[in-house]
Design a protein around this ligand. Structure first.
Ligand SMILES: NC(=O)c1ccc[n+]([C@@H]2O[C@H](COP(=O)([O-])OP(=O)(O)OC[C@H]3O[C@@H](n4cnc5c(N)ncnc54)[C@H](O)[C@@H]3O)[C@@H](O)[C@H]2O)c1
Length: 394
């Protein structure tokens, strides 16, 4: 028997699954959060978020007091759910190709357990063509078509605010499923956009590739300006002031995280022409830490000097280290035996005295992640400042 109020979120302990679980709970659904990470489940059970997500803990405090919110590491608990979301990662291999073995295996296991009248919703980002493959695998004997693809498009850390504001793209080959899914998402957000699964897949991947490539343009310009002793950020502001044609140009800086590079490379894998902008963007963004080290190596007696790196996480005001370019920078500095120290306010608190002494004892300061805390830091003129994003520009 299917329980019409029950929704299972597989990968519910993750960055995408957890906010979605909480918001569905807020809409009155019975939420079953399924995740293999038992440590994170323990935290969630105590009303604590395993990672930074703005405002989520005040909502989690309500879920722990309510029987409508359950957590489990056992897949069988999805059995009687009307909707089942798949929110697990969709990684790429070291060779930059989609690596979906675990993703496919999970979906096959889910299909064996779930009720055929329930609806399976893929929320993870998938490359164009993946939905059709999954659909074929699940519908081998013409028994199951209740599959939809409804991609997540929020900015990490802002899910609780953005989920209701961003138009939700939904897609399926089955019109009945589409109707049910539309009704569900209409409770979460104002606008629901319906399209074909292939269009939804492409829209999600192109959005991420577009952002990644836009950052690579900025990073390319940053290097050219820097080589000419000019501040790219100052010029970017000059270009875009009351001039809308240049307003879409991103700020420069390290591009990390679990999505942008990964999705751009999923697209590159599909692209027939391998001499394309996607791969060039990858080279520009991925090589920015190397460019910074090459600058450091031009400083006289650089081996006797210490580098202070401000920021370790992949994005500002967040605690997530996934795909962080600051970590790449640290690795290259280590390899080159260049002395360095890192300050990451979102992972360890340091006293003002300690921060000041870190800055004072360093000759070179690299701004890796533009956290708001760094605004208070004063850097004297006798230091070499390498500011990847123009953060310290007044
Ligand atoms: N992070 C973002 O900002 C963002 C935005 C849009 C889309 N996405 C996409 O969403 C997907 C998930 O990303 P994420 O950042 O939430 O990843 P995540 O690693 O934070 O979360 C994935 C969760 O799935 C769990 N998991 C893995 N295998 C499982 C299994 N077999 N059964 C149950 N749980 C399992 C993990 O323990 C983890 O908690 C990816 O496809 C990503 O590209 C992410």
């Amino acid at each position: 028997m299917v329980d019409n109020r029950k929704i299972s979120i597989i990968g519910g302990g993750g960055h995408i699954g957890l906010p979605l679980s909480v918001l569905l709970f807020n809409q009155g659904y019975k939420v079953n959060l399924v995740d293999i990470n038992k440590q994170n489940l323990q935290l969630i059970k105590k009303g604590k978020a395993p990672f930074y997500e703005k405002d989520i803990e005040k909502h989690l405090k309500k879920t722990i007091q309510n029987k409508r919110f359950e957590t489990s590491h056992v897949l069988e608990t999805i059995k009687d759910s009307k909707f089942i979301f798949i929110c697990i990662g969709t990684p790429i291999s070291k060779k930059l190709r989609p690596d979906l073995k675990k993703f496919f295996n999970l979906i096959i296991s889910v299909k064996k357990i779930m009720n055929n009248n329930s609806h399976l919703i893929i929320r993870s980002s998938i490359a164009p063509g993946t939905f059709r493959k999954i659909f074929k695998a699940l519908n081998k004997n013409n028994t199951f078509t209740n599959l939809s693809y409804c991609p997540e498009r929020v900015l990490q850390g802002q899910s609780m605010i953005e989920l209701s504001r961003i138009p939700q793209i939904i897609s399926s080959y089955n019109l009945k499923t589409l109707k049910h899914v539309k009704k569900l998402f209409s409770k979460l957000c104002k606008t629901v956009l319906v399209c074909k699964p292939e269009e939804a897949e492409m829209a999600k991947i192109l959005s991420n590739a577009y952002r990644y490539m836009n950052f690579s343009i900025a990073n390319q310009f940053f290097q050219i300006c820097d080589q000419n002793d000019l501040s790219f950020e100052k010029i970017r502001r000059l270009m875009s002031f009351n001039y809308s044609r240049a307003s879409g140009l991103a700020a420069s800086g390290f591009v990390g995280g679990p999505c942008l590079m990964k999705d751009t490379m999923q697209l590159n894998y599909l692209a027939k022409n391998k001499k394309n902008l996607l791969k060039l963007s990858y080279e520009v963004n991925e090589n920015l830490p190397k460019y910074i080290v090459s600058k450091i190596k031009k400083i006289k007696n650089y081996k006797s000097k210490k580098v202070c790196i401000l920021g370790k996480t992949f994005k500002a005001n967040n605690d997530d280290l996934r795909g962080s370019k600051s970590l790449d920078l640290i690795r290259i500095l280590k390899k080159n035996k260049i002395k360095h120290e890192v300050y990451e306010p979102n992972l360890e608190k340091k006293s003002k005295k300690k921060i000041n002494s870190m800055i004072d004892s360093s000759h070179i300061i690299v701004l890796a992640t533009p956290h708001k805390e760094f605004k208070k830091i004063k850097i004297s003129k006798n230091k070499v400042l390498i500011d990847t994003s123009g953060f310290f520009l007044k």
